[in-house]
Design a binder for this molecule. Sequence first.
Ligand code: ADP
Ligand code: MG
Length: 604
Amino acid sequence: MDVIHLLPDSVANQIAAGEVIQRPASCLKELVENSLDAGAKRIQVIVRDAGRTLLQVIDDGSGMSEMDARLAFERHATSKISQAQDLFTLRTMGFRGEALPSICAVSQVEMQTRRSEDEMGTLLEIHGSQVIRQEVCSCPVGTNIKVSNLFFNVPVRRKFLKSDQTELRNLLTEFYHIVLVYPKTAFTFVHNDEILLELPVGTEKQRIEAIFGNPKRNVYTSGFVDVKTDTELVSIRGFVIKPEAVTRKAEQYFFVNGRYMRHPYFLKAVQTAYSGMLPNDYQPSFFIYFDINPEAIDVNIHPTKTEIKFADEQTIFQILMASIREALGKFTLAPQIDFDTQGAIDIPLPTNERMVSRPMVGVDPTYNPFHTRNQYAPASVRNWESLYGATPSQPSNTIYPDELPTVPDALLLSEEHLDSCSMWQYKAKYILMPTEGGVLLINQHRAHITILYAQFLAQLAQTQGATQQLLFPEILSLQPDELVLFERIMPDLSAIGFDAEQLSPDSYSVQGIPAQLTSQSALPVLQHILQQVRERGANTQEEWRQQIALSLAETAAIPYGKVLTVDEMRDLVRKLMALPSFRRTPDGKIILSLLADEEINKRF
Ligand code: ADP
Ligand code: MG
């Protein structure tokens, strides 16, 4: 007796449903994606009991003809691809023609649909793959599909569903994945008659804000920086969180060609870009949108389609990491986060002018501020003046009216005091320490920049920078003007630890970077150095060495948001105080401020 026979479609569909429709969330995803593929501008989602009893999606998309409405529920019926070749140029969300037959195999579906060119629409009712009713009806243009009693005929599946709370969360997660890439479509999400989300048409950023923004803190407008990179291989744009704005719960989203994806390898690229910038156990939030030739990705590796394989993942890893690094670097230098705009005691200085017009102070490695007070004070003043003293064109009293609001005595810290006094960290930004005259506030990031700057300068002078080899060499392509500059400063870059080899007349392969850099990425740092050297007109070796040292110090310095132990704070302060000039960064920003005792006393 022959034992092999073909399964009836209803059974085959139920089996397929096990793959495609695992829970209400997967059903919702398929329905909403269909609406988007149909060009809908407005989509309403109505849910009851976390999708157990009802999942309804109403759209104003293309609708279907009577024939198509019926065909849509047949297996592998799709309007989106017609030949295997089309799989490689996919731009729609669906393509398998599996969703509707799977859904109707495990639920009771009622659909009304009408195209704009038709007077009347079609009503179709299907229970467990059996067509119950098909008739002409009057309905708006678009499709309105109701999925009731999901898994009514698959008790095992029904039992596997989690609590309503969990299933609702799954529904929303799935919904976010979609709506975050379609800000030009309006959505509403209603659960048990309550409107949970009302998302008007807007920009991506507004959409993100509408979903995650905390109106009180406005996190999602102020806490993020833009990422944008266009290369021949891939375009990357999106938003990544500023290190200082990280929150306990990170929102991490990758999208490719309008589709959400999980990508552990690219996640690693983001994490690496942030390395050293976030407190322990914190993860960065990001919304990153990739655009890539569909031929370079394979979306077909899993039916739920969130894992996507890229043809050239290593290169994209590099590009992604570099663009985030660059975005974060820009942000570090951006004026809006500058402390100087916040404190009344500090006057922001025109950085460019200062950098160009005056050489920065060098480092005297033999100098020890702890010897005696007398020795200390004049040294400090001398250095101070060489750095910021008056020149005929810039009288000091107009540029530095607040010269040293800090009480000098408070800075005369003995080594014993430094060893024994208490220190606190405030907002993971400032170190607070009591001194004789009051409480000294130290900006941790700037303090560290200044310390590293001196170290880098010394290494440059002695040509003794250590190199860490990169995992993947990076290619630095240079414009003709950059090339000249690069070649000029090249010996100093090697001296500090960069390892680069000329590949072609206008490109270098970078294989190693200075060992102190926490980043694993060379290009953003080199680009920053080149930009600074050019913008600040550093024409002599001394000047460009200062720029190299400063760029590296800014890249490697402890960021805001980094929680420090008391020992780390003490070490930082000790190193800072050992510098001949420790009150301002090499580019003139205030590092220290004293909250004087009188000021404190006055308040009470
Ligand atoms: P796929 O989306 O993979 O093509 P589906 O089973 O999800 O497969 O849908 C089958 C077909 O039904 C689609 O190709 C499309 O032509 C049609 N369809 C489904 N939903 C809608 C909708 N909301 N509006 C218009 N057409 C739809
Ligand atoms: Mg579909």
